[in-house]
Design a protein around this ligand. Sequence first.
Ligand code: TYM
Length: 331
Amino acid sequence: MQRIFSGIQPSGVPQLGNYLGAIRNWVSLQADYECIFCLVDMHAITVWQNPDELRKHTLTQAAILLAAGIDAQKHVLFNQSAVSAHARLGWIFNCVTRLGWLNRMTQFKDKAGKDRENHSSGLYVYPNLMAADILAYKATHVPVGEDQKQHLELTNDVGQKFNHDYGVDFFPQVEALIPPAAARIMSLRDGTKKMSKSDPSAQSRIELTDDADTISLKIRRAKTDADALPAHPDGLADRPEARNLVSIYAALADMTVEQVLEAHQGQGFGPFKAALTEVVVNAIAPIGQETTRLLQDETHLLQTLRSGAQRASAIAEPIVSEAEKLVGFLK
Ligand code: TYM
């Protein structure tokens, strides 16, 4: 069976973009792949995280993933820092990757902005740790949103360079599984910015633990324009906010954008937002309720993550030990 690895940063509460771009796919891929899902706490601290908040978000994310349908018995769910193989292989990859490759990473440029000198070196080498996450398990498929595509290209470059430098055929090439629709959900406040769990404005995103009233309010306040919905997707071309709301509707209702427009053409945003709220609440509210229930038993969540880490380690340890031997480390 082919192996999947994917991760999410516990830097906040997962939002609708995480759900549509990644988590929802993770749930359905469980039927056909051996899956390893990771709460990447080491990636999270590449930007400042309050320690109490990091602990809280890691547990909440574990609960959300279980509530969304991740099966932690059949598959593997754990937090990254609990398996040392990630850090060890990450270091080797720091020594394989060329600086020029990292200089081209658009996520670093976006996150660091003009104030590059004041960001952590961890943020800069972030893609190397991500490559290590995946290749420590020799995973072949990685379900992610579109924003991670460049990181997966770098993963393949690092794996290939390692194989070339040490004259082996050790690390496989990996394939990104990016959903055809909803691979990039945008902010509710600005249709040109990606929806993100770390955006300072909570109004910009729908969090998976939001209740029906909060979801309804956020959608009512979402930025739109004054025009009615067009009959055809071409009519959304220069309307990023409108396009985003229609795409969210389509993804959650399992419809195409064309079908959504056919059903709602000519409508203003008042009625469309009401219809959208219903679709979002139906999809998200049950996850929030189940998350609240699971969070009441912290011990069980911690046990689930601990058992996941043991099983993850059993897979990664022989692979990373072999990589260390290939490099020439005394074992
Ligand atoms: P993170 O925590 O930013 O996001 C987790 C997943 O959600 C997807 N995503 C989105 N999809 C659509 N629209 C959006 N607005 C949106 N926002 C986020 C992301 O593409 C991602 O799939 N670097 C990764 C974490 C990571 C990882 C890995 C992923 C670390 N190691 C190894 C895969 C494999 C990240 O920051 O995800």
